[in-house]
Design a binder for this molecule. Sequence first.
Ligand SMILES: [Zn+2]
Length: 254
Amino acid sequence: MTGPAAHLQEQHTTSGGFERYELEAWRDAYGVAAGVTARSPDADMSVAGEPPPESVRARWLQLSRAAGEGFRAVVVGRQVHGARLQVTLDAAAGLTVLEGVDGHLTDRPGLLLAVTVADCVPVYLLEPERGVLGLLHAGWRGIAAGVFETGVGALCELAECSPSSVVMHCGVSVCGSCYEVGPEVVEAVAGERPGAPVKLDLRDVLRVRAEALGIGHVTISSWCSAHDHDRFHSHRASAGAPGRVAAYLGRPTA
Ligand SMILES: [Zn+2]
């Protein structure tokens, strides 16, 4: 794989009564639900509060039902922009919230993995042969902490595969022209320190890292959370207003 990654766009859907954007190509080719919820005043997917209020719990259960009949559990983390991942092989029915976890993996059907985002990149990973799934929350801090390499390594261990068998999609997040950062951020994720603030494309950083690992196939969403902030939450475009959309990935039970 060389050069820029192909673009792949999530399509708008309201199936199951939940407005969201989903990769029809992944449902058709691999039988998995992969998407992101739409921005809406009554669909903020933040999971602050312990335990989450009943309204939040109900919203997450509605999402898992909308994603497919074969989902009985949804697993999301309270993210810390780190590199800690959780392999989930079983979960109680309904919503499970994990503390301090920025990514999830499973080889089991019926579990919907989720991360919340508002500019950071949701990274969808799939080993299609065995149906092993990984979903990572990757902002610049997580990327600098190694969440991507840790996630791919854990996925390949679970699937007993090499990265060349892995399919990857960088989902809805802030684009390069909407994300100006200081030199220290560029140095942390790309190793070179520019002399002044520059525009940084996190999804391209991930593409380069994927290429270095030998990942078989990479696509990048053509949506930008900031350009398209009427559809998605953007931390930047909203000047830091609260609110998150949920990225999700799972294989329904047959
Ligand atoms: Zn943009």
